[in-house]
Design a protein around this ligand. Structure first.
Ligand code: C2E
Ligand code: MG
Ligand code: MG
Ligand code: MG
Length: 284
């Protein structure tokens, strides 16, 4: 009897493993096809706002894949696979090119706001990073001041001196750099002392917890104060309610993004959003 149960457990386990392996394989396949048939890759844009006025101050480019049934596949699923397989280099270049072109377009249409592009650790450590970015600037015609890169700490943990040098070169070109998901990783302060970064993006887990958990609240406060004293802008991620916005504003956080303002939007929907007047200001 016990043996029999053991067999069942084993079977359930392998079944789950099988499903996740199949899923992984199909995502990898979709990813590979999307690099050839590039309309399967879409880039959505989430507005970043000035919390006091709801004015849009920039947008973040977020990659999406569309599967054969037309369903959107989340980057949480395909980015790790892209990193493991090395496909992130090609994928990242496509996102970068698309984001630069789109940003150029809305700037032509009178919306002078920068675009931020996520750069994974693998891309960051790749020798061609600076060249690739320069090429995208040239082909799109976008001015470097309108491009921002978002990099997580995993990049500089792996090779700090290399990142330091690359960030320096990017800053020379006029590109700005944010540390993404700040507070989530090791957040070693020596990094901040030496890296030429402009912004810290406060990880959304703290924003989510700050109203219920006093420790999260204190951490948010500390990060905002740190930013202020080091002359770094703070952008809070994952603002879902006016209560989050109000609490962040009270602590002196100037910028944010989140579903309260807008979800990541396809290019045309973003243009519509930009054409509407700010509607979630404090005056409202
Ligand atoms: P991230 O860079 O930290 O991006 C923020 C994520 O939070 C996005 O998820 C966004 O849709 C989500 N988000 C924004 N506001 C809210 C909110 O109010 N509530 C909640 N629950 N979520 C919110 P998304 O688009 O699924 O992307 C997930 C992650 O995948 C990104 O995290 C980024 O690390 C990675 N990623 C996305 N696109 C790219 C890309 O082109 N290249 C690279 N290397 N990574 C990417
Ligand atoms: Mg990001
Ligand atoms: Mg983030
Ligand atoms: Mg995140």
């Amino acid at each position: 009897r016990a043996k029999f149960e053991g067999g069942d457990v084993y079977r359930v386990f392998t079944k789950e493993l099988e499903v996740s392996l199949l899923q992984r394989r199909s995502t990898e396949e979709l990813l590979r096809r999307s690099l050839i048939n590039t309309e399967k890759l879409e880039v959505f844009y989430q507005p970043k706002v000035d919390l006091a006025t709801s004015q849009v101050i920039g947008v973040e480019a977020l990659a999406r894949l569309r599967d054969d049934s037309g369903k959107i596949v989340s980057p949480i699923e395909f980015i790790p696979i892209a990193e493991e397989t090395g496909l992130i280099i090609q994928l990242g270049n496509l996102v970068l090119e698309r984001a630069c072109q789109d940003c150029y377009e809305w700037n032509q249409k009178g919306h002078k706001i920068p675009v931020s592009v996520n750069i994974s650790a693998v891309q960051c450590l790749h020798n061609d990073l600076v060249n690739t970015i320069e090429t995208s600037m040239q082909t799109s015609g976008l001015e470097p001041a309108l491009l921002e890169l978002e990099v997580t700490e995993t990049a500089f943990i792996r090779d700090f001196e290399d990142t330091l040098e690359k960030f320096h070169q990017l800053k020379q070109i006029g590109i700005s750099i944010s540390i993404d998901d700040f507070g989530k990783g090791y957040s070693n302060l020596t990094y901040l002392r030496r890296l030429e970064v402009d912004k810290l993006k406060l990880d959304m887990s703290y924003v989510r917890g700050m109203l219920e958990n006093p420790r999260d609240y204190e951490i948010v406060k500390t990060i905002i104060n740190l930013g202020q004293s080091m002359n770094l802008d703070i952008i809070a991620e994952g603002i879902e309610t006016e209560f989050h916005r109000d609490a962040l504003l009270k602590l002196g956080c100037q910028y944010g993004q989140g579903y309260y303002y807008a979800k990541p939007l396809p290019h045309d929907a973003l243009l519509d959003y930009l054409n509407k007047p700010a509607k979630k200001g404090l005056e409202a």
